[in-house]
Write a protein that binds this ligand. Structure first.
Ligand code: SAM
Length: 233
């Protein structure tokens, strides 16, 4: 099932959040990384500034900078007011309150917007969408997916999840997905079926605790290891 751009909001996190959400080590940060659905996150721009290698794919990169800015502006109020209306759904340690969250996110998205033109020219921001990627088998060491799979459980089918994860495993031997909660802050109903399907296919799929929790109870990622990416194509 395809998802429309309007049902998945553009909302960007920072490199420090990516490090914690995916429990990235120095070695991980120095590997070849693919970010799936990175949208307006500042992960790519911050990593690039440090001389590291990240390619981000997202259908939002087909839009102009002005169109992305417009979508961020439309999204901003509704997300921050949802946080204000339901503060109990979040852990206020990384951010002290919804306004601090809003400032942090806008700062991340501004970093992305400033880097967009150069990133498009460098081929670091590519207009592609799961569940199909154009990369060669094993082209990356690590594929990350933040706040798309599992979060949009109600919008994206189980088959979409399996296909998307298989495709990430084809291009990278280590795949990490965060969070495992849906938009209603419930554990996604797809976790167990996805783990069993992937294990049946010979991949090692595990739920792993991480040192980041913002959605309450959202302190786990799924890690799928494919020792031989080309065998999964
Ligand atoms: C909530 S944002 C998360 C952005 C970023 N990963 C982060 O955590 O800060 C979800 C992103 O998924 C993107 N998206 C939607 N459908 C997609 C697909 N089929 N393949 C890849 N990205 C998709 C959206 O355009 C949006 O930028």
């Amino acid at each position: 099932m395809a998802v429309t751009l309007s049902s998945v909001v553009p909302w960007g996190r920072t490199m420090s959040e990516y490090r914690l959400m995916f429990d990235l080590s120095e070695r991980d940060l120095n590997s070849r990384i693919l970010g799936c659905g990175d949208g307006p996150a500042s992960f790519n721009s911050e990593m690039t500034a440090l001389g590291r290698r990240v390619i981000s794919i997202d259908p939002i990169y087909a839009l102009t900078r002005q169109q992305i800015e417009q979508r961020i502006a439309e999204t901003y109020e509704s997300i921050i007011s949802q946080c204000k209306a339901n503060p109990q759904n979040y852990v206020w340690s990384f951010f002290s309150d919804p306004d601090a969250l809003g400032r942090h996110r806008l700062n991340a998205m501004n970093m992305f917007l400033l880097d967009l033109e150069q990133g498009l020219a460098d081929g670091r921001y590519l207009n592609q969408e799961l569940p199909r990627l154009t990369f060669a088998d094993g082209e990356f060491d690590l594929a990350l997916c933040s706040h798309l799979l599992f979060l949009y459980t109600e919008q994206l089918s189980l088959d979409f999840h399996i296909e998307a994860i298989r495709e990430m495993c084809r291009v990278a031997r280590d795949v990490r997905i965060f969070p495992l909660l849906d938009l209603k802050v419930r554990r996604s109903a797809y976790i167990e079926p996805v783990v069993s399907r992937l294990r049946e296919e010979g991949l090692s799929a595990d739920v792993v605790k991480v040192p980041y929790e913002f959605q309450r109870g959202g302190d786990e990622m799924m890690r799928i290891m494919n020792p031989c990416p080309s065998a999964n194509s």
